[in-house]
Each structure stands twice: as C-alpha cells, then as structure tokens.
Design a protein. Structure first.
Length: 236
C-alpha cells in the first residue's frame, strides 16, 4: 500500500483547482429527481433494504437543506446512520485506503477539524453551487470520514449542497466515476459535469460521459472511492 498521504495531496489540489470555471446553475423545479430515481432503480434492484436506507438518508439531507443546517461531520454522521442502518457512525480511527491501496488518507489529530472546516466552505458565496457541490463531494471522498459507505456519503453531500440552492439534478449516475486525489482538472471537470446535468433537467436528455477534463478511469480494473464495488464505478 502507498506511503503517500493522498488527503494532503487533495488539500493542495483543492486550493489550486480552477473552481471559477464552473458554470452557473439553473434553479427551480426539475421534472425528475435523479437521486430518488437512482435509489428506486439500480439501487433497489441490487438491494431493497439499501434503497430504503438511502431514501431515508436523502430525506434527512433535504430536510437539513431546507433548514439551512450548517454542514459538518455531525450532520453527515446522522445521514450515515440512516445509510448503514446503525446507531453509530463515528469518524474513522485509522488511516483509510481506496483504489486497492493506491490511495491512502492519513489520520492525524487535526483531520476531523480540517474536514469540518472544508465542509463549512460548502456555502461560500464566492463560488457557484456547482463548484461548491463538486468540492464538497470530493472532500468527503478524500477525507474518507467513515469506515464504510463514503461513496454514498459523498453523493448525499453533493445533492444536499445543491438542494440548499433549490437545485435538483435529473441524473446522478454519471457523477459516480472514480476520482483521483491528485487530479485538479478532474476536480474542476466534476463541477462542469454537474452543470451539464443541470441543463439536461429542462432539455430532457441523458448524459453518458463524465466530461473531457478529468483523468479517465479504466473501464475495468478500477475501484470506487470506497475502494469496493463495481470496477471503475462508485457503489450505491
């Protein structure tokens, strides 16, 4: 397993990624709730229990968005208890690994405080909602706060950030490709992809690509941001 701390790598990339190129999103009603459709479709086909848990967590995330609840680990842990069907969802107690050990996210005495500080930036008005949602998604991916279910936590965080701005995406499947901690172009590209999906809300079309700026994941042999699941795709 790698000795490199990819969380530190991400924190450097986070500062230099071109978040300013993220387009402005269209607010307002969308004819299709992509997260709910994902839960009712592929997730339910895989596991009805997992689908119900995700939908329960989604309801909590949207409620917190309506109430403008400040985003931090405690809030995410509440969603994660619903996701996992557990009474506890503590912050991880050791280094975390993903992508078959190729990325390591170190744990120090400051990790949780840094995570909370990054999550607080999810309401930074200097960036568009697309940039903030993408950055928060990647923060969860690379801080890897939980021992299980980080891909689901990252996606819930993304839809929560958008819901605070009255934005619902018609699809979430294209968001769930492997992301790398050392890829600033890929980070910015995720924000652009969110904007592309947002436009499809009114155009009624589907998106099948993650964009051109990100480092492309291998179609076979890759791993999710959880380090498990279908090769190259984050598990539901």
């Amino acid at each position: 397993m790698t000795a490199v701390d990819h969380l530190s790598v991400w924190l450097r990339v986070r500062r230099r990624a071109d978040w300013q190129r993220a387009p402005v999103l269209r607010r307002g009603p969308c004819g299709r709730d992509g997260f709910r459709a994902w839960c009712e479709g592929p997730v339910r086909e895989r596991s009805p229990v997992r689908a119900e848990r995700l939908l329960a967590a989604y309801a909590l995330a949207r409620k917190d968005a309506v109430h403008r609840t400040p985003l931090d680990f405690t809030v995410l842990a509440g969603w994660q208890r619903a996701v996992l069907g557990t009474t506890e969802a503590p912050f991880r107690s050791a280094d975390a690994y993903a992508k078959a050990g190729r990325e390591r996210y170190a744990l120090t005495t400051r990790t949780r405080a840094r995570f909370d500080a990054c999550l607080r930036e999810a309401t930074d008005p200097r960036l568009t909602p697309a940039a903030r949602a993408a950055r928060a998604y990647l923060d969860v991916a690379f801080f890897h706060p939980f021992t299980d279910g980080n891909a689901r936590a990252a996606l819930l965080t993304l839809v929560h950030v958008l819901a605070r701005e009255d934005i619902v995406l018609p699809e979430v499947g294209p968001l769930q490709t492997t992301r790398y901690a050392d890829d600033p172009a890929g980070a910015a590209d995720l924000a652009v992809l969110i904007a592309v999906l947002n436009r499809r809300c009114s155009e009624g079309r589907q998106v099948t690509t993650s964009g051109s700026g990100a480092r492309q994941s291998p179609p076979r042999g890759g791993t999710s941001i959880d380090g498990t699941g279908t090769p190259g795709v984050s598990p539901p």
